[in-house]
Design a protein around this ligand. Structure first.
Ligand SMILES: [Fe+2]
Ligand SMILES: [Fe+2]
Length: 347
């Protein structure tokens, strides 16, 4: 193991000298506050979200068995012997329309299993869009295997794509970006990233486009991951749309941040993504407040999937929340939420 780390380290140094290296990572310049203390990210016309895949893994029992065998929730995800047959992944295609009618397409996350993600990309045309340069950047919400380890599926189609990561990434995640493989965890990236790598510091408001901002939250997450970044869209005449990967920071923290700090955040419009409420089945008592607490935002469209968990979705429906349903195809297990190949339009 020690030997592998040394070899991987040398590989990073060589790549660093030749093409990219960690030194080329830059911090995003955050917005300045208005006199009111709030931040103006501007407005956009609409946001169309395509769920490329929301299925993190096939069988929760296998995932938990792998995690326990590797040392439990406190173990390092890069040191756990995951069963690759069980791996799928979370990936979202976003098409934001600016007020002048121009479109900006980008990805939030890139899934886990490269073979599985290649098929998802082919099905949704993401591979062709990447090759043509129609997808402007890749935002990685956090380092978790089911969001990040399918990186090769993106890079093989465009190794120069601009990538945004939280500045809290561990060294393994940075090395993986540069082409280091982790055989024990079966995490492979054979295409080193050659484009701009932008790090987002927790708490900063990073405007990506007029009406779109990326914000990182600093927190410890299971299997030794730290920090998650999520997106806000300020849709003209509609309100704020919150888009997330796993939302480990919690939906209340995520939505409250926009309400307190972003102009337009006092009117919530929608939410999309994983809300990490009941990812492994039942709703744990300590997470129930996340569901009931969402009521105060009066979201008009709730399109949550992935680690939100079916039990949490059912509870939201029971409470009368405006859940966006899906078609339950391509491996997504229920029609009660937006699944693979389904679209949600906010505008
Ligand atoms: Fe996830
Ligand atoms: Fe996660």
């Amino acid at each position: 193991m020690k030997e592998m780390n040394r070899r991987d380290f040398m590989k990073t140094v060589v790549i660093g000298g030749a093409s990219l290296g960690l030194g080329s990572a830059i911090l995003h310049k955050p917005l300045d506050a208005l006199a009111s203390g709030k931040y103006d990210i501007g407005q956009c016309k609409s946001v169309r979200v395509t769920c490329v895949s929301e299925l993190g893994w096939n069988d929760t029992k296998v995932l938990i068995k792998n995690m326990k065998a590797g040392g439990g929730p406190k173990a390092n995800q890069w040191d756990i012997g995951w069963d690759l047959d069980n791996a799928a992944g979370s990936c979202t295609l976003i098409d934001m329309e600016a007020l002048d009618g121009t479109h900006h397409k980008f990805l939030l996350d890139t899934g886990w299993n490269v073979d599985y993600m290649d098929k998802c990309f082919q099905r949704e045309g993401v591979d062709r869009m990447l090759k043509k340069g129609d997808i402007e950047c890749l935002v990685i919400s956090h380092e978790h295997l089911d969001h990040y380890w399918g990186l090769e599926s993106t890079l093989k189609n465009n190794p120069e794509i601009k990538v945004f990561i939280p500045s809290t990434f561990y060294s393994e995640g940075m090395n993986f970006m540069n082409g280091t493989n982790f055989p024990k965890a079966k995490a492979t990236n054979n295409v080193p990233h050659r484009g701009k790598l932008v790090q987002c510091k927790p708490g900063h408001i990073n405007k990506l486009y007029d009406g779109c901002a990326l914000v990182a939250f600093d927190l410890p997450i299971v299997i030794r991951v730290r920090g998650e970044e999520s997106l806000y869209f300020n849709v003209k005449d509609k309100g704020m749309v919150c888009v997330t990967g796993c939302c480990h920071q919690g939906i209340l923290t995520f939505a409250d941040f926009a309400q307190k700090k972003i102009v337009g955040g006092d009117k919530m419009y929608g939410v999309y993504g994983g809300l990490h409420i009941a990812p492994f089945g039942p709703i744990k008592p300590e997470r129930a407040h996340l569901i009931t607490g969402m009521a105060k935002y009066n979201f008009e469209k709730v399109a949550c999937n992935h680690c939100t968990g079916l039990k949490a979705v059912e509870k939201m429906i029971e409470l009368g929340y405006p859940l966006v349903k899906g078609s339950g195809k391509h491996g997504s297990v229920s029609q009660l939420y937006v699944g693979a190949g389904d679209e949600v339009f906010f505008g």
